[in-house]
Design a protein. Structure first.
Length: 367
């Protein structure tokens, strides 16, 4: 039986050892995702299953050496599942891949939160560990139902959510010719950023729709025109930084991170210098602030952050999670992204997560 006390409130005992574990996980997690993506194409490949088992076994061993006992019950359940697959008792399936990926996501989130000396209580680690222990012992005929229950219990969403419907510029709510000419200009700047990487294709229209619909779901508390401008401009500053600092998903150096953290000021500065866009400028400047005051650039508290910035924070992070997964060879999994957003209660304003969830559900149901 997993120790729920350790899982409810994971702690760092030795910070030097913790750093070693974190750095090792940064290297290992993309390998795990790549192997799972390959297994979806070749589910009977025993060599890849064996390699996955070894990677998780190494994580468990490293956790023991680094005095991180909360990691062990999470990884042990996955290790048991992979052991049964390796022995031929259990076939690899997309559902079990989702369980493994969910565990990896929660482990990465926990390590990130502990790095920032924040609580991981919202990640439902006890429920995940208990669910993994239970599912790893299930007979084959009960496996799918158990996997679905586990995923829904931990994330609040049923598995099977794959991708949002594709969007392009033609899905914008208003005809471009009817827009303010400043918005046309902002939109063109956003498309220039989007053109920097094939992974960004459709990003502008997707983010715009999610932001406007989330705002609408909450009663249009934010001026939609100002919000639209903020969507276009919030990442404009990225174009003034080396692409190596924002197209990679690996851990950044401290100096690279400091430069990256300056990017909201560029888009905000442009909007602030143009007549009538001060609200948008404020949203752009604040979209990486966090309700607990740990964000940047000004470490604002919840009450000091404007609603438009709170919406942008969720939309921007959601897209970044999808991009991270696609870098690792996975499809743009909505289940994983929405689960990560819902577990990050200190990063986002709670009052905006519920309307965002309703928008995602509606889009998936109507695609």
């Amino acid at each position: 039986m997993p120790d729920t006390n350790e899982l409810e409130n994971p702690q760092v005992i030795d910070w030097n050892a913790f750093t070693d574990f974190r750095d090792g996980l940064v290297d290992t997690a993309p390998k795990i995702e790549t192997l799972l993506a390959e297994l979806k194409q070749a589910p009977q490949d025993l060599s890849r299953i064996t390699l996955l088992f070894r990677l998780f076994h190494n994580i468990k061993g490293d956790a023991g050496l680094c005095r991180l006992p909360f990691v062990i019950p999470l990884v042990h359940g996955v290790e048991t599942l992979l052991g049964r697959m390796r022995a031929g008792e259990l076939p690899f399936s997309d559902l079990l891949a989702e369980v493994i990926l969910l565990t990896l996501d929660r482990l990465e989130q926990t390590i990130e939160l502990l790095s920032e000396k924040e609580s991981a209580a919202a990640l439902a680690l006890p429920a995940l560990a208990l669910g993994l222990e239970g599912i790893s012992q299930q007979p084959l005929e009960n496996m799918d139902a158990s996997a679905i229950r586990l995923i829904e219990a931990v994330t609040g969403f049923r598995p099977g959510l794959s991708v949002l419907p594709q969007r392009d510029a033609s899905h914008a709510k208003r005809n471009m010719a009817e827009r303010h000419e400043d918005l046309n200009f902002f939109h063109q700047l956003a498309l220039q950023l989007e053109a920097r990487s094939p992974l960004f294709q459709g990003r502008t229209a997707r983010n715009l729709e999610l932001a406007l619909e989330t705002n609408k779901e909450a009663g249009n508390r934010v001026n939609p025109v100002q919000l639209e401008a903020a969507v276009y401009l919030h990442d404009l500053g990225m174009m003034f930084l080396p692409e190596s600092s924002w197209l990679q998903v690996e851990q950044l150096s401290e100096s690279a991170r400091e430069k990256l953290n300056q990017h909201p000021q560029w888009g905000a500065g442009l909007a602030a210098r143009m007549v009538g866009w001060q609200e948008a400028a404020q949203m752009v400047m604040q979209h990486h602030e966090k309700p607990n005051g740990s964000g940047y650039p000004n470490q604002l508290q919840h009450a000091e952050i404007v609603d438009g910035a709170k919406i942008l924070a969720i939309i921007d992070a959601f897209d970044a999670i999808l991009l991270k997964h696609s870098h690792r060879g996975q499809q743009r999994s909505i289940l994983r992204a929405i689960a990560e957003i819902n577990a990050s209660d200190r990063q986002f304003a709670a009052e905006w997560i519920a309307p965002f969830n309703r928008v995602i559900r509606a889009m998936l149901e109507n695609k």
